[in-house]
Design a protein around this ligand. Structure first.
Ligand code: HEC
Length: 173
């Protein structure tokens, strides 16, 4: 379906002079500014995955919220809505693309992460290192991933990625 639409647009644009669009210096500057650093491999730090309730609560909050201004409740201890420079901290908003236990209004662009530990980790298909890398920089094993990059671009720090891994791994009601 998408291919058909793309082909339609390409045919339509084929008749137009695209040199203006492609060579627009403004567009090039914007693209450069938004460009991500190259995909990077990460090793999960020691003690990353924990059953500490505080870490799991932070992971849960990061998973279900976007940023300081739009976040619904106060973040749990150890997590701030503001960055050191006073700007709003961006959280993961993973729920925009993933279902998980208790998710409200979730999207389905990404796979359902419900019962992830039971289904994918206990069976040996996935492990915590895979999940750490996926959240840190999803492009490593999937260069075309539609998922957001989190650690490679500084959106999150190592501990926040570990909090997310701990939350997804945790046994939930
Ligand atoms: C824009 C949509 C989007 C957002 C936002 C997003 N993801 Fe994903 N995620 C995906 C897609 C698509 C995949 C499958 C492709 C891939 O593996 O790269 C995926 C894959 C995953 C996987 C691997 C599943 C598996 O075992 O194959 C995990 C774990 C994951 N995401 C966790 C997260 C977490 C945690 C966040 C929030 C920090 C998040 N995702 C945010 C789209 C998204």
């Amino acid at each position: 379906m998408r291919k058909v639409i793309m082909l339609g647009i390409a045919t339509f644009l084929g008749a137009a002079d695209l040199s203006q669009v492609i060579e627009s210096p403004d567009a090039t500057a914007i693209l450069k500014k938004d460009a991500l650093p190259a995909a990077k491999a990460y090793k999960m730090p020691d003690g990353c995955v924990t059953d500490d309730a505080g870490a799991i609560a932070r992971g849960q909050y990061i998973f279900h919220n976007l940023n300081g201004k739009d976040a619904k409740e106060n973040p749990p201890e150890g997590l701030s809505r503001k960055l050191a420079d006073g700007k709003d901290k961006q959280f993961g908003n993973c729920v925009a693309c993933h279902n998980i236990e208790g998710a409200k209004g979730y999207g389905n662009i990404g796979p359902d992460l419900t019962k992830y530990k039971e289904l994918y980790m206990d069976s040996g298909v996935r492990n915590a290192q895979f999940m750490y890398q996926k959240i840190a920089d999803p492009r490593m094993d999937n260069p075309k991933s539609a998922m957001t990059v989190n650690l490679a671009n500084g959106l999150m720090n190592e501990r926040e990625v570990c909090d997310l891994v701990s939350y997804i791994t945790a046994v939930k009601k």
